[in-house]
Write a new protein. Structure first.
Length: 399
């Protein structure tokens, strides 16, 4: 399939405009990473506690932030999670401990801060009560006046309460009447007398220690550097050193712009984002190799043409392939970005930026570097050696 038939676009004619574009975005990203937002590392790298909270209604982020500030959690990050109808929020806390105690501490801090918004005195929150808490309460209250089989029976009833809350109503009960049926009326009445129903529930708690976060940072940096070094060695062996240098510089350009966009938009960089960056490094390199391979073929075929003309011709010859491959890939990752949900937001954003910048750099960064180097070496306008008379006579005779 061809989108363009015999295109003849002088790409290198506009190289200075695109180099200026790259310079502006690269400097903007670097300045943002150094002076503004820095590199917005996620909990995977900086360490901390991630808590998923589900609300019965659309969460008010300002009210949540105010409650956390009053509780002394001023460094917490609040982020909407999943579909809007799910009313879920991710709360990130800096945490220096990595034990089970730290897990409970982070969860309890969030629960206490949010319950402070409207918590009846002397009552516990059933939406955030554990199975053990409910079982112990029923055993102590003994609403059914059971005898020797009380432990087993109340454990079963507590399991029914927690299961109804978590599985049927997604962790948040709006009314005690929602428990009627799975459990008896006496049990519901007893729960209603000692518990209240908040409008939220902590659904999940994860923790990453700062030491593990630093280790992941180092591993991510080395993964990117090793991939670039390996590609440089391959291209130097497969083509020439200048081809490898140009391709690696283009990949570094793509990586810096992608990281800069994350810094400018203050989007956290997680492990999945690093995976996306490694993916776009490989994608950009592959696209560059296709163009370079055609340049190498045309250098042998078009000996009387300048290198600028050869590069322009090579880019035009691979333009249909570039548009087809990059266009379809871009549509795929764009769909992932628009409909993939909050969990895949960072990963898909890196790919969306990377596909566009990777394709762009193959044409307007790597190729002009190759021409600039050859011009500097005095090879930019080289022509083919004249054909000897004997060979020319043979060619005429065959013709």
């Amino acid at each position: 399939m061809e989108f363009f038939r015999n295109p003849n676009i002088e790409f290198l004619k506009y190289k200075w405009y695109f180099l200026a574009f790259s310079l502006v975005f690269t400097l903007a990203g670097i300045l943002s990473m150094v002076f503004w937002h820095g590199v917005p590392l996620g909990v995977d790298f900086r360490g901390g506690t991630i808590i998923t909270v589900k609300f019965a209604h659309a969460p008010n982020e300002n009210a949540i932030r105010s409650a956390l500030d009053r509780a002394g959690l001023r460094d917490a990050k609040i982020q909407r999670f999943g579909q809007a109808a799910n009313n879920e929020v991710l709360l990130s806390l800096s945490q220096k401990e990595t034990s089970e105690t730290a897990l409970d501490q982070g969860k309890n801090q969030i629960v206490q801060a949010l319950e402070a918004l409207h918590s009846p005195a002397g009552k516990s929150d059933l939406n955030n009560a554990s199975l053990q808490d409910v079982t112990e309460f029923l055993m102590k209250a003994d609403p059914l006046r059971l005898g020797s089989d009380a432990p087993q029976r109340y454990a079963s009833l507590a399991q029914a309460v927690v299961s109804t809350r978590d599985k049927t109503f997604s962790g948040v009960l709006n009314s005690f009447d929602q428990l009627r049926g799975p459990v008896t009326g006496e049990v519901v009445t007893a729960l209603q007398g000692s518990y209240f129903l908040s409008d939220f529930a902590v659904r999940n708690v994860d923790i990453v220690g700062p030491q593990v976060g630093r280790q992941l940072q180092n591993q991510a940096k080395w993964a990117v550097l090793y991939s670039l070094l390996g590609m440089l060695v391959y291209l130097a062996f497969r083509f020439e050193m200048i081809y490898g240098v140009a391709a690696v510089v283009a990949c570094i350009h793509d990586t810096i712009i992608t990281l800069g966009m994350f810094s400018l938009t203050n989007t956290e960089i997680s492990l999945t984002v690093i995976a996306a960056i490694l993916t776009l490094v490989g994608y950009s390199m592959n696209d560059t190799i296709v163009v370079f391979d055609r340049i190498r073929e045309n250098v042998k075929l078009m000996r009387r043409e300048s290198l600028t003309e050869i590069v322009n011709r090579s880019i035009n010859q691979t333009l249909s392939r570039t548009v087809l491959t990059s266009g379809l890939t871009f549509l795929t990752v764009l769909s992932l970005f628009l409909f993939g949900g909050e969990v895949l937001h960072g990963f898909s954003l890196a790919l969306v930026i990377g596909i566009v910048i990777g394709t762009y750099s193959s044409i307007f960064i790597a190729s002009p570097m190759l021409v600039a180097y050859q011009d500097w070496r005095g090879k930019g306008n080289r022509t083919a050696a004249p054909v000897p008379d004997a060979r020319r006579q043979k060619v005429r005779a065959k013709a």
